[in-house]
Design a protein around this ligand. Structure first.
Ligand SMILES: *Cc1c(COP(=O)(O)O)cnc(C)c1O
Length: 384
């Protein structure tokens, strides 16, 4: 089976992990700060807080910007459930903004319309989480302008987007947001097995997230309520979690970061080849905004169902039966049973639902190489 995405691990990556195993620290050593520095140097952000997943990063990012009970968090319905669940973890209510039909990203026009309405009802969101779907940035200038007017915080869910650029600047620089979150799950652009990282330019947010990833405990005398009682002393000054990344993961991350530009460049080559090779097929290929540089985490095609003899599900199954590990990103979050029980219904976000009824993510990853031709021939066989 050719998967839709997979990691690429070379000898240097393996050696980096072995070196940690032979060192003094398996956790809380020098590799985590080194990884944070490699990501913040790359993105041009002031601070980076590495954690054990993007889900954890989203959670502590929401807490850091003060999301809590009585607040609203808005995100895209076309995302992984974690982008919305983080709001519920904080006791906030979650709502969605439908996607743009061309980019499949949260639509800035619909965001504005919804903000106008919410202002009238006194239900403005505290946090908006734009998700850079498939690695392509949302319209951050516009979303940022709206945040200035309506007073919400912005957390970019850039789980798909490390190595991508928004108008020439690396995603993660937080030029138009408070915090940006990355995922390093093996299907993403670079991997630490499990792992995530939050970047920010605001020292108070970085400090808060550092505290929350490790039980809310500090060893910093200046933050304690009274003088130290001895060398062993620490204080718990907040309610945090154990969301720490291990040294093994961070060392792998440092090694993978050195390969990031090459990873994304290869994805672009492969996507360009798909552009040409899939031209005659009855599908819509993913739109690439010429002003931005996508990290190309995914290559979602949309079926032109009126030109295909099979249904969406039949096409998907035929591709799987022929050795393609295709997937579907995403089932609209508001249609999940857990969200339906919160009051959402099918029909609430029609653009995301119509996308879902036609979308299939085909294989795109660094090591795809010659197998791309096999993907194309199976697609032709199934769709023509
Ligand atoms: C993968 C992903 C997450 C969650 O990442 P983990 O590191 O697995 O917790 C969150 N949001 C989006 C958009 C993702 O694709």
């Amino acid at each position: 089976m050719i998967p839709y995405g997979r990691q690429d691990i070379n000898q240097a990556d393996i050696q980096a992990v072995i070196d940690v195993l032979n060192s003094d620290f398996l956790t809380q050593g020098p590799a985590v700060p080194a990884f944070e520095k490699s990501v913040t140097d790359y993105c041009g952000a002031s601070f980076g807080v590495a954690v054990n997943s993007a889900t954890s990063a989203l959670h502590i990012a929401c807490l850091a910007v003060g999301l809590g009970e009585g607040d609203y968090l808005w995100t895209s319905p076309n995302t992984f459930v974690a982008s919305a669940n983080c709001g519920l973890y904080c006791g906030a209510q979650v709502d969605f903004v439908d996607i743009d039909a061309k980019t499949y990203n949260l639509c800035a026009d619909k965001l504005e319309q919804k903000l106008i309405q919410a202002e009238r009802q006194g239900k403005l969101p505290k946090v908006v989480i734009p998700v850079h779907f498939a690695g392509q940035s949302c319209d951050m200038r516009r979303i940022h302008q709206l945040s200035q007017h309506y007073g919400f915080k912005i957390i970019e869910d850039a789980s798909h987007a490390i190595g991508g650029k928004y108008r020439g600047n690396p995603i993660g620089g937080c030029q138009y947001s408070d915090i940006t979150v990355f995922s390093f799950h093996p299907v993403k652009i670079i991997t630490t097995a499990e792992g995530g990282l939050a970047t920010t330019n605001q020292p108070d947010l970085a400090e808060k997230m550092q505290l929350l990833r490790s039980h809310g405990i500090t060893r910093d005398q200046s933050r304690m309520t009274k003088p130290s009682e001895g060398g062993w002393y620490y204080q718990q000054i907040d309610l945090g979690f154990n969301y720490r990344m291990t040294e093994l993961q961070a060392a792998l991350g440092v090694s993978q970061m050195k390969r990031l530009a090459e990873f994304v460049a290869r994805r672009h080559q492969l996507a360009q080849q798909y552009e040409n090779l899939l031209e005659e097929l009855p599908i819509v290929r993913p739109y690439q905004d010429p002003d931005n540089y996508s990290a190309l985490h995914l290559y979602p095609i949309l079926l032109e169902l009126d030109k295909i003899a099979k249904s969406h599900a039949e096409t998907f199954q035929a591709l799987r039966d022929n050795g393609l590990g295709v997937n579907l990103h995403y089932i609209p979050v508001h249609t999940q049973p857990y969200y339906q029980q919160l009051g959402f219904k099918a029909g609430d976000f029609p653009e995301a639902e119509s996308y879902y009824r036609r979308a299939i993510s085909i294989p795109l990853y660094y090591g795809l190489a010659d197998r791309q031709h096999q993907v194309v021939s199976v697609l032709k066989q199934v769709l023509m």
